[in-house]
Design a binder for this molecule. Structure first.
Ligand SMILES: Nc1ncnc2c1ncn2[C@@H]1O[C@H](COP(=O)(O)OP(=O)(O)OP(=O)(O)O)[C@@H](O)[C@H]1O
Length: 309
């Protein structure tokens, strides 16, 4: 227990009659970026809110550096910073005022606060808005202020609930870079419903489905599940379906309209190479060939059925 940064033991929660999460066990022993991946309603926020002492669980416990969140929440919380799904910012304060307030809430030494506020504003790239009212900042900058309050006291563990939700594509990339920087010095646990997000950021994934952990492993382990299912092929001069079906390695062909075909195969590599070769040789005018990956839902179903934990 003592060498865990965070350990979640048999955690369960019921809001009214229905269980939102059931018997969750997680353990983090070394720094890195850890992702909770799940569809909306899977139970990610419930786990994170309990991890951070914002919600009291029905059963089980969370230990931060060996300290029980249930029995000693004040000390357990010293080691963590939390960005809830909705940034907990106060729109009527300036960035600087709000971060001062957050530092005081974190019981920081008053002599250290001014420097810590300046440092964290630089880190998250909001120094130029220090006197701007938070209510007048864009969503992306409000998110940065939310991240700043989560790291101002330099916690060992930072928990970010859907940190890129609602941001535009540029802001998403900026916030992802910021998360990578933050993780250089500490452990980050984040939640997302976006597969690409965990692939882009996380060293380890827990996949949550209906309140259960259905997968726990590295990105490499996880990628083995995202096997291609079929090819989507566009050919302006395609031959008959029968001729396409006769290509070595092709199992089934469906015409989708607009010169598009869905091709199921035995081996993705072989089918792709053959289609490209034959299209060139026979003038089928191939304009696009894409590997269709398993959807998140299909992976959830497969993993839930395997029950491989
Ligand atoms: N305050 C609440 N009262 C009753 N049920 C709730 C409450 N909060 C969450 N739930 C339910 O608990 C389940 C898990 O919700 P939770 O918010 O943890 O999921 P999530 O994975 O974080 O999803 P999202 O990304 O949509 O927030 C859902 O069925 C949800 O409807």
């Amino acid at each position: 227990m003592e060498n865990s940064i965070i350990k979640v033991v048999n955690l369960s929660h019921r809001y009214s009659v229905q269980w939102a999460i059931k018997d969750i066990n997680l353990d983090i022993k070394k720094n890195g970026i850890y992702g909770l991946l799940g569809a909306n309603g899977a139970g990610k926020s419930t786990i994170m809110n309990i991890m951070c002492g914002v919600l009291k669980q029905t059963g089980g416990d969370v230990y931060i550096r060996g300290i029980s969140m249930l029995n000693d929440p004040i000390n357990a919380k010293r080691f963590l910073g939390f960005l809830p799904q909705k940034p907990p910012v106060l729109s009527e304060l300036t960035v600087e005022e709000y971060l001062n307030y957050a530092a005081n809430l974190r019981l920081m030494d008053s002599n250290d606060i001014d420097d810590a506020v300046t440092e964290v504003m630089e880190k998250v790239g909001i120094g130029h808005f220090r006197r701007r009212l938070i209510g007048n900042l864009s969503g992306g900058y409000q998110q940065r202020v939310g991240i700043a309050q989560a790291i101002i006291h330099k916690p060992a563990l930072v928990v970010l609930d859907e940190p890129t939700n609602g941001l535009d594509p540029n802001q998403i990339l900026e916030v992802r870079n910021l998360i990578r920087e933050i993780a250089e010095e500490r452990t980050v646990v984040l939640s997302t419903h976006i597969l690409q997000e965990v692939q882009a950021l996380c060293d380890h994934i827990w996949m949550i489905n209906h309140g259960d952990v259905v997968f726990s492993g590295s990105i490499v382990d996880f990628d083995n599940y995202i096997i291609p299912e079929s090819l989507l092929v566009t050919m302006i001069g395609a031959p008959s379906i029968d001729e396409l079906k006769n290509i070595a390695g092709v199992v089934e062909v469906t015409e989708l309209g607009n010169y598009r075909y869905k091709v199921k195969f035995e081996s993705a590599q072989e089918a792709t190479e053959r289609i490209v070769e034959m299209s060139v040789a026979k003038g089928w005018r191939l304009t696009e060939i894409i590997q269709e990956k398993n959807s998140l839902e299909a992976i959830f179903t497969e993993l839930s059925n395997k029950n491989n934990l």
